[in-house]
Design a protein around this ligand. Sequence first.
Ligand SMILES: Nc1ncnc2c1ncn2[C@@H]1O[C@H](COP(=O)(O)OP(=O)(O)OP(=O)(O)O)[C@@H](O)[C@H]1O
Ligand SMILES: [Mg+2]
Length: 364
Amino acid sequence: MTALSDTVDKVKGLKLGAVDYITKPIQHEEVLARINIHLQLRQLNQTLEAKVAERTAELSTALEDLKQAQLHLVQSEKMSSLGQLVAGVAHEINNPINFIYGNLSPAESYTQDLLNLIQCYQTHVPEPPTPVQACIQDIDLEFLQQDMPRLMRSMKLGADRIRQIVLSLRNFSRVDESEVKAVDLHEGLESTLLILQHRLKRHDPGAPEIQIIKDYGTLPPVECYASQLNQVFMNILANAIDALHERCAGIPDSSIAPHAEFLPRIQIQTRSLSSEWVAVHIQDNGPGIPLHLIEQVFQPFFTTKPMGKGTGLGMSISNQIIKEKHGGSIECHSQPGSGTEFIIKIPVHQRNLSTQQPEAILAV
Ligand SMILES: Nc1ncnc2c1ncn2[C@@H]1O[C@H](COP(=O)(O)OP(=O)(O)OP(=O)(O)O)[C@@H](O)[C@H]1O
Ligand SMILES: [Mg+2]
């Protein structure tokens, strides 16, 4: 309220932060009308601000949902293609190996019959005709008679091993089981190790092979989404192998100082914590994770691996599978220079998951 009524003064006043301008002498009705308008403006402003805040919250929830959906997509695509591939290979190998395995027993007994027949001839015809003697020498009959049973035995062992592998592959993929089922976690760990077997050896000569040390406790069957838990084991073990290879690559020449030789190893321990909870510990003696990065290990897209090698999704997916799908917990402990340990705790029964957490159970 001022007596300065020039336009310059009004503009100056507004520029300095005045919201309105009335010149003297004032009219009460005008003042009241202007105050009313300002009250309305203020109210509108408040509603608008509330709306903006509401919208922003909605948008950030939508963004979070979108990120989660993306994560799920990548996860299911990655896993279903691996699962389908493994299941497909297992299925294709299953038929031929079954008929090889099925025919081995009759083949063994037929060859034994033929060997018996030869022996019978040798007993009753000690001096065979010259062409027969030449043939006996040609084929080294004596060695053949000794070697044939050994050969059959090793063929049987090999076929049996392939059958076990097929079984493990099917077990790993479990594409037919999308429901919760009570399974033996050791089976899942074993089939995952089988799939990663080829990565335990390094290709460069002289590099030590990664030792797997198993310390399996007695576990009850655990109700879970088996293929998803296998995926978690796979992610953790693959990371441990990567870390150990990285550490081995840093060793100049282990053959020079055999005592100081670094022996890469992964320890897998399973324990029953109570009648309701089990734990799986997977520990490596790799380079470890710096303290300031441990928090980020479970973040989506966090990776320290070179471009094109890691997506940074493995551990965030594992975290989601353990916590959200199974109501369990997953922790990472690490000391730079002395390795990394992941501890998974999961409930034995899925119906109890909403209310109980492993720590609570342990405290009881
Ligand atoms: N056992 C381990 N030892 C050392 N570092 C680890 C270990 N496990 C995880 N990390 C660290 O955590 C990061 C994230 O792991 P994560 O499995 O989520 O992604 P990634 O292995 O980089 O890529 P991918 O999605 O292909 O698995 C790794 O890049 C690595 O830096
Ligand atoms: Mg990984």
